[in-house]
Each structure stands twice: as C-alpha cells, then as structure tokens.
Design a protein. Structure first.
Lengths: 400, 132
C-alpha cells in the first residue's frame, strides 16, 4: 500500500450552516453562512486560500455545474475551483480534493465546501436518476429505501435474527440519533422519539418505516485545511490532522450478486481496512472514540458498525440494543444527530460529519460534548448497497 | 405494437437480452471457457475475463433471496404497495425484480412472468411457482 497521508494535513477551521428547510435562502446563502464560520475559525483571510473544491450532487436544482458558483458566492481570489460529484459521498470527495492538494505540496491552504438545496427538488426522497436499457433490467422500480430494505432481509436471514428483534434494533438506531439531534441547535429534526413510536410508524419499504429513513434537508458545510506547520504558525500548538482518507467504489460485482450475499457493504469493509492501515489503527473498537456514519437508513448504520469492525459480524444489532453506540456508550455514533436528524443535504453531508468530529476533538460541541475523544471516524456512502461509493476518513490530534 | 417495441433496444451488450425478452425468453450469459453464468450482461466473463460469452436460455425458475414490500414509490406513477426482491435463479445468478401475483417468503420458489410495457420490450417479473 502507498505511504498514505497520515498527519500530512491539518484542519485549520470548519463551518456548517443550520440544516433544515431553508426555503428563503439560496445555495449561495448557505455556502456563505458555512464559510463565514469556517474562515473566522481558521483565523485567516480568504486571500490565503490557494485552491478550492465544491461538492454538489444534484446540480440541476442546486448551484449549477462547474466551480464557478463557489468562486462567485465566496468571492474567491481567482484560484482553481473544482466541482466534484460522487453520489451522497460527494462531501468527502470535496474534502479529499483539498486534503490531497495540501498533502502533495501543490497548495499550502485549501478549501473544501459542499452544499445542497434538496428541498427545492420537491421530492420526499431523492429524485430518480436517469435510466437506460441496462437500468431497466436491474432497477425493478426500487426506491432508495427499497434497495436498503434488502439489506435488512439478507442480514436477518444470514444471521438468524428474528424480524421483531431487528426491527427493534433499527428503531434504537433512530431513537438514539433523535436524542442526540435534540441537543444540536443546527440540526434539522430536534425531537426525541420512543422505540414504540419508531416501531409502529407507517411502513416505507418493509421493514423500513418512517423513522428508519433520514429526511431531506438544505444545508452547507466547509473545511479549510493546511500543512501542519502553517497551523502551528497560526497558533494551533497540537493541530487536528487527517490520519486517513480512503474511498472504495463498487465495480459491478455486487450488482451482479455473484459472490456478494447482500447482507453487508463490500466497499465499507475495504475502505475501512485501508483507512485503519493508513492511520495505524490496530483495534478500531478500542481506539476509535466516536463515529459519524452514513445513516441514510437505520439498517445502513447497523450493518456499517460491523463493516467498520466495531461490532462483530452478526452482533451489531445486539450492540445497538446494548447501547454501545449511544451518547453514553463505548463508541458514540451520530452524536450530532447524524443524517437522520442533523439532516442530509447531499453535497454537504461528508463535511458535516467531519465538522462534528472536529468540534468534539476541539472540545467545542456544547451540550453534546463527549468526554475527551481523541480519534474520530467518518463514513460517507453514496449509492445503493449493490452499487456504491464509500469514503472513510479518520481524524485526530497530530502525533496522537 | 408500439414504436419502441419494434426498435432495437439497448446497446451491443444488452440488445440480445431484450430481443429474447420480446419472445418471453429469459437469457443469461454463459462463458464458453469456464462455464460461468452471469447476469446482468457484460462484455466479458466476471470469473475468468474471457470474452467468449454466449447467450443461453435460463429455466426462468429460482427462489426468493431477499424481498421488501415498498409502500412509498420513488415516482407517483408507480402503484403501491409492490414487492422488490432479489431472486436467485437456478442457474446461479441473482437479479433484482418485482414479485407479482401473490406473496412470497424468502426461500420460496418463483418463476418468471413477463410484464408488457409501452416504452420498451417486456420486463421479467417473478411470481410464485405452483410446481415448486
Ligand atoms: Zn469465464
């Protein structure tokens, strides 16, 4: 494996807009809101930014194509700006562009931004993507919940879990995120729910009910990254650095269902193992203090805990019910409310996850602050279980 | 017959599938070198990389591998509820499909049933197999 980028890049500042139904704001407003916070946090002027990346997934209703909308919204100083898109993992892709630019030495300071005005699509979920002769063959009118529901079916069959036990564990995933989101002033949904309410909610795609699905939100988030020396010059004695950043993309094997049993994510297993190697993490359950996972659906989060090596295969549902991933548990997951409650403006989501890890490591997470976390992991997924992009980032203190 | 049903459908890799679909035959690719069956169609064998693939008619029978009843469709023109399932064909490959004409549990036997449509060749759905 390549040498990797461990400790080569520091996070100098981050910002995140309020997520939610932002009918009165355009994507530019959201980007400016996140960027102001980010720039103030970084303590630099925008003229010091050498290059920038913009993530947005559904450009038709969001900001438009190219890097120009970001350069215009933030009045960037005629620097390179690149738009990236990688399904729902676009936000981490933007971060990867900025981080790799700094790691390579091509930029001293770089900006990663992501935004989505998803409510403007008018859809309850995500808009349908274009189809064709191949998609006609494999699409079967599956909705996003419908394709992730297959995970639940395959998982409980493989591990002989009773449907009512899995349903209850899935409910606990969302109950926990709602409890966390209620404490987050920037979160879209800030109401607590009970297990019974989640279990008895209207069905969307069996066994996924209303509370097993994340909502649709507007929002933006961004990060300014730099070489660790620059962070130290700017007064960060022990800067927060990127320990690992890995992406794995499905190559068609899962879509053909040949060797894949449908109960887990092939990409998440590969990306997380590579990330642990890059970061020097030997025992993730002991070393990773907090996780922001891509909880587009409750079952996704549950299965992902196993794919990341945090729960043993087939035991994730028990760990969830035992509270391992609750705010007071061994490895708090979605302490900011996650996609489920903070919200899921696609282009911003990966950066929103990193924002929470950053705040927690800095000890600036307010009412939801964890007890001195040292290492945080983000897992950002785009696509469906059988065909997806999976990014895993690990962030911690330099040398830690 | 609608215009779409007469036109060549798909690209060089998928056209043969749709030609057979018009005759209600479910065809899969089989590798002449290693015997591997595969679906969906690709220009090479997933097992050995060979491009010596031919089209073979499948039995159209299999079993439900996983399934989920959808209550909220991705588009308002799709009637709900409907069942999205992964079916494991007797020849080995699995495909994503809809279960029609009855309820199925995971493991139940199913057989292909073609759904005619205006905008293109018929699509393979699956239904409970009375012969088991
Ligand atoms: Zn072969």
């Amino acid at each position: 494996m390549a040498r990797g980028i461990r400790d080569s890049v520091a996070i100098l500042g981050m910002g995140c807009s309020k997520f939610g139904e932002r009918w009165h704001d355009g994507p530019e407003d959201l980007l400016v809101e996140a960027f102001r916070e980010c720039l103030e946090d970084a303590g630099i002027g925008r003229d010091r930014i050498d290059a920038a990346w913009l993530a947005t997934a559904i450009e038709e209703v969001s900001v438009g194509k190219s890097g120009i909308p970001l350069a215009e919204a933030l009045r960037l100083p005629y620097i390179p700006v690149t738009r990236v898109e990688n399904f729902c993992a676009s936000g981490t892709e933007s971060f990867r562009g900025a981080v790799y630019a700094v790691a390579s030495g091509a930029a001293d300071i770089a900006l990663a931004a992501g935004v989505e005005k998803l409510k403007d699509t008018g859809y309850g979920g995500l808009p349908q993507r274009s189809r064709g002769a191949l998609n006609d063959m494999v699409w079967a009118n599956f909705s996003a919940p419908g394709s992730f529901a297959q995970l639940a079916a395959a998982y409980r069959t493989k591990h002989s879990v009773l449907p009512e036990d899995l349903k209850r564990a899935m409910a606990q995933v969302s109950v926990k995120s709602h409890a966390n989101g209620a404490k987050n002033p920037k979160a879209h949904l800030r109401n607590e729910i009970s297990i019974d309410k989640a279990v008895n909610a209207p069905m969307v795609a069996d066994p996924l009910g209303l509370f097993d699905c994340c909502g649709v939100s507007d929002g933006a988030a961004c990060a300014i990254v730099c070489r660790p020396e620059i962070a130290r010059e700017l007064g960060r004695e022990n800067p927060i650095t990127v320990k690992a950043l890995q992406v794995s993309v499905s190559n068609g094997s899962e879509a053909g269902h040949n060797s894949w049993d449908g109960s887990h994510f092939v990409t998440a297993r590969i990306a997380s193992r590579r990330a642990y190697e890059e970061a020097g993490v030997r025992d993730p359950r002991a070393e990773v203090d907090m996780v922001e996972a891509h909880d587009c659906f409750s079952i996704t989060e549950l299965v992902t805990m196993e794919d990341l090596g945090l729960s043993r295969e087939g035991e994730g549902w028990r760990d969830v019910l035992d509270g391992v991933y609750d705010a007071e548990g061994d490895t708090p997951c979605q302490i900011d409310g996650g996609l489920k409650c903070f919200g899921h403006p696609i282009g911003a989501s990966g950066l929103r996850m990193l924002y929470e890890v950053y705040l927690q490591l800095e000890g600036r997470a307010g009412e939801r602050q964890l007890d001195t976390p040292r290492l945080g992991l983000t897992h950002n997924l785009g696509g469906a279980p059988h065909r997806n992009v999976c990014s895993v980032a690990i962030v911690g203190r330099e040398g830690g | 017959m609608s215009k779409a049903a007469r036109e060549t459908w798909g690209d060089p890799t998928t056209a043969a599938f749709w030609e057979a679909a018009r005759e209600h035959r479910l065809v899969l690719q089989r590798c002449a070198d290693c015997g591997h069956w595969q679906f969906y169609p690709r220009p090479f064998c997933l097992e050995c990389g060979s491009s010596a693939l031919s089209w073979k008619e499948a039995s159209g029978r299999g079993r439900v591998y996983s399934s989920s009843e959808t209550h909220m469709a991705p588009s308002p023109d799709i009637e709900t509820p409907y069942v999205v399932a992964v079916v494991e064909l007797d020849e080995g490959p699995k495909l994503m499909t809809n279960i029609v004409n009855g309820r199925c549990r995971i493991g139940d036997r199913v057989r292909v049933r073609w759904r005619e449509r205006e905008e293109g060749p018929p699509i393979p759905d699956f239904e409970p197999d009375p012969e088991g």
